[in-house]
Design a protein around this ligand. Structure first.
Ligand code: BJ8
Length: 423
């Protein structure tokens, strides 16, 4: 990191010793997973952002807060970030992608629970995440039972606004969700002390759309063969999208896409000719969870798309920009989010259809379904995915894992066997 941030970390209430241990664990992992890749495009900005993950960006958040601005943390791509931005707040996706503070988390949660939930509780209780400690409010949702109940506990430590996300997509569910989006607007206005206007909302919609379009442009370039960028680098960018400054990030992704377009014209890629093209689907892979993509690409395949919330589900739809009133804008924002294919919905047929469509568009040789352990929605829905893909003749491998490294050898063996079978 470029500066000495200890004073800042102390002032926001971090446990400095525990935080030192976390930082020591991170850089080697990044070097090994990312910096050893061959023929990377210019990723300097994104490498820099990761390097400064607890430094410069936190400083920016603190400066925003010193000017009276608020920071709002989220755990789900269902949270309408357009509204947070329109109220002058900064929306930060809290990561939960590493095992941390488990001992503390297990004092308030059962041991056998989704690692993502245990991680966010651990981060908060161990006081090691400067993003979490910068939040004036966090937003929870009722997507899965584990999260829904854990947010009641988290509310003991930080104010939590819970969004009720419906479980079905009928008209009455859409109406309920529209009501939730309206209540969220009121909650955000109260925390930030700012009123959202039709103009501020329209501007925010344009800016967030710009970010999503840049990510979609990047995704589109990966349809080419050879792929001009690795799946690991693409995932990293999708993870950074959750917490970086929106306008700067959009600019940097578009600049990278300019370079990738040139690569495509010149036939430059990041993998050996004939490498199997893989789509990854399942539970989100929050930073710094790169375990499975690292194994897949380390085994000679290339990941061409992520049907994940840290992937296509985050950016594939935009909000229409021509609304004439605040009411209409809120409606179109709510509708955009209801199109997300989360396994928390029943049925969730949109996800199966999307996977078949993606396999065709991205010319994929196979799909790897990766679920965090104890995640009932995705682990059970894997059966529906498998059934549909079988019907369409698309090979699929189903894996279940957590944030530990103990199963790496076993996962590698299974992934290599799958790649050999489809190769
Ligand atoms: S829209 S996928 S980000 S809820 S992995 S905590 S589901 S037990 S994360 Fe998600 Fe929003 Fe859906 Fe996406 Fe529960 Fe499963 Fe854990 Fe999960």
């Amino acid at each position: 990191m470029s500066g000495d941030y200890r004073k800042m970390w102390e002032s926001i209430g971090l446990d400095l010793e525990a935080h030192d241990r976390l930082l020591q664990a991170l850089p080697p992992a990044y070097g090994e997973v990312y910096l050893t890749q061959e023929n990377r495009p210019a990723m300097d900005y994104f490498d820099f952002v990761v390097n400064e993950i607890h430094g410069l960006r936190i400083q920016e958040l603190q400066e925003h807060k010193a000017r009276g601005g608020k920071v709002i943390g989220t755990f789900c791509v269902f949270v309408p970030e357009e509204i947070i931005r329109a109220a002058g707040g900064i929306c930060i996706g809290l990561c939960s992608g590493i095992e941390i503070g488990s001992a503390q988390a297990e004092k308030v949660l059962p041991r056998s629970i989704c690692p993502l939930i245990k991680s966010f509780m651990g981060f908060k209780l161990a006081r090691v995440c400067p993003y979490f400690e910068s939040c004036d409010m966090v937003v929870g949702e009722t997507t899965c039972d584990g999260k829904k109940k854990a947010f009641e506990i988290l509310n003991d430590y930080v104010p939590v606004h819970v969004l009720e996300v419906p479980q079905m997509k009928r008209e009455k569910d859409r109406l309920l969700w529209r009501g939730e989006v309206g209540d969220f607007l009121a909650g955000v206005e109260e925390v930030t002390g700012n009123r959202v206007t039709a103009e501020s909302l329209a501007r925010s919609v344009r800016e967030v759309n710009g970010k999503r379009r840049a990510l979609a442009r990047l995704a589109g370039l990966r349809k080419n063969s050879p792929a001009p960028i690795s799946g690991k680098d693409s995932l990293l960018i999708e993870q950074i999208a959750m917490y970086d400054d929106v306008e700067r990030f959009t600019l940097k992704v578009n600049q990278l896409c300019d370079e990738l377009e040139k690569r495509v014209r010149e036939g430059v890629g990041v993998h050996r000719p004939g490498a199997p093209r893989i789509i990854v689907t399942g539970t989100p892979m929050a930073i710094p969870n790169w375990k499975v993509p690292h194994i897949i690409e380390g085994s000679g395949a290339v990941i061409v798309a992520e049907e994940l919330c840290t992937g296509l589900r985050y950016f594939e739809n935009t909000v229409p920009e021509e609304s004439e009133s605040m009411e209409q804008s809120l409606g179109t924002i709510a509708d955009r989010y209801m199109n997300i294919n989360c396994a928390c919905f029943t049925p969730n047929t949109g996800r199966m259809e999307k996977l078949v469509q993606l396999a065709e568009e991205y010319n994929a040789d196979g799909i790897i379904h990766c679920s965090l352990s104890f995640c009932d929605p995705y682990m059970i829905e894997a059966n529906r995915v498998e059934k549909m893909l079988k019907e369409k003749g698309i090979p699929m491998l189903k894996i279940e894992t957590d944030y530990g490294q103990e199963d790496v050898g076993q996962l590698r063996t299974r992934i290599e066997a799958f790649l050999e079978m489809i190769g």
